[in-house]
Design a protein around this ligand. Structure first.
Ligand code: NAD
Ligand code: DAU
Length: 332
């Protein structure tokens, strides 16, 4: 593999993956394919220009995606509308990008017989009860809750159908909640850090008892690269790092690390249909492909992430006011 196409490579996880590949595979060339929505940012790829190019185009543009797939050896498909709250406000971009866009990616890899790795989420499985000891496995039935997660579930099913019906050489991974640098300030952890940096209080939805299974984005990247190189065609791999925490505990930890009183947060309106708990069983990628997460010290990872937002205010300040305006409309 010499040339890879990374859709959504100017977003949070996509750009961290591109940085990972740039470091770990110095003989590879990367073409980022990204329409630069509100969530995409050219600055995320700064310093990589000698081996990374950016094509600004939409995955729903049939001829543009076809041509980009044709000139690469493999495709890693991150491009998506990714935020649950936005999907409750206006589901259409989610249906368009996540379903129609993935269809165009699949048709292009089918025509040109290229390898595809499709990035998905643990949210396709719905949620677990707070007191349920079980975790999601590749056999858990799909049961998505929101417009976001249902369109991701639909995109996974399209990939499976294209593998079975047309012999497309694809793999899928479903990962849990990522954190780390370059995450948009609409998301939970960056929102709370930047609220505190701007002198306001963190905003916890409802009771804050909901559990998310946090993984550092570097571990997600190494998991994806492992599957791209060693994964078995047609298989689904779950990626997680045993990082379950209640939202309330995460907010308290952010406040503590930032030198504030751990109870100094606001409780705001809950998200409609708010999933209770996600938890990933990653034994398949560990046992079959030999992957292991490395960044499992959550306090350390969170502390480094807080430092990144402190040191990169020019990156997030331009996004902050419009993001909080949107939240005001949602009363959160
Ligand atoms: P993000 O919103 O930060 O980035 C998405 C990127 O896709 C942006 O650069 C955006 O410009 C681009 N994009 C959106 N629509 C496009 C279109 N029609 N054509 C071309 N580019 C388009 O998202 P993220 O959090 O980095 O998530 C990336 C992928 O990982 C998504 O597929 C998401 O479902 C999946 N995922 C995310 C998480 C998480 O915790 N954030 C966890 C598991 C899986
Ligand atoms: O599980 C993987 C998924 O994780 C990905 O597929 C999604 O793309 C990604 O956005 C994320 O979805 P969540 O809905 O879990 O992430 P979010 O950052 O929006 O919220 C995390 C939790 O924090 C969730 O329970 C809602 C809560 N929350 C969120 C915000 C923005 C708050 O309590 N306060 C907030 O201000």
């Amino acid at each position: 593999m010499q040339k890879i196409l990374v859709t959504g490579g100017a977003g949070f996880i996509g750009s961290n993956f591109v940085r990972h590949v740039y470091r770990e595979r110095p003989d590879w060339l990367v073409e980022v394919y990204d329409s630069l929505t509100y969530a995409g940012n050219k600055a995320n790829l700064k310093g990589l220009e000698d081996r990374v190019t950016l094509t600004v185009a939409d995955i729903c543009d049939e001829s543009a995606i076809d041509a980009a797939v044709a000139r690469n050896d493999a495709v890693v498909h991150f491009a998506a509308e990714s935020h649950n709250d936005n999907s409750l406000f206006n589901p259409w971009p989610f249906v368009n990008t996540n379903l129609v866009g993935t269809y165009h990616v699949l048709e292009a890899v089918r025509h040109h017989q290229k390898r595809l790795h499709h990035i998905s989420t643990d949210e396709v499985y719905g949620d677990l009860k707070l007191d349920d000891p079980s975790k999601f496995t590749p056999e858990t039935p799909y049961n998505p809750s929101s417009p976001y997660s249902s369109t991701k579930a639909g995109s996974d099913l399209l990939v499976r159908a294209w593998v079975r019906s047309f012999n497309v050489k694809a793999t899928i991974s479903n990962c849990s909640n990522n954190y780390g640098p370059y995450q948009h300030v609409e998301k939970f952890i960056p929102r709370q850090i930047t609220e505190i940096l701007e002198g306001r209080k963190p905003k916890l939805y409802g009771s804050g008892a909901n559990v998310r299974d946090w993984i550092h984005t570097e571990d997600h990247s190494s998991g994806v690269l492992t599957i791209l190189e060693k994964g078995k065609i047609g298989e689904t791999y779950l990626i997680g790092a045993n990082g379950e925490m209640q939202n309330k505990e995460v907010v308290e930890l952010i406040l503590q690390i930032m030198g504030k009183d751990k109870n100094d947060y606001d409780q705001v309106n809950d998200r409609p249909g708010h999933d209770l708990r996600y938890a990933i069983d990653s034994s398949k990628i560990i046992d079959d492909l030999g992957w292991q997460p490395k960044y499992t010290d959550f306090r350390k990872g969170l502390s480094n992430t807080i430092d990144w937002y402190k040191d990169n205010q020019d990156w997030w300040k331009p996004l902050k006011a419009s993001t909080e305006e949107k939240y005001k409309e949602l009363n959160r």
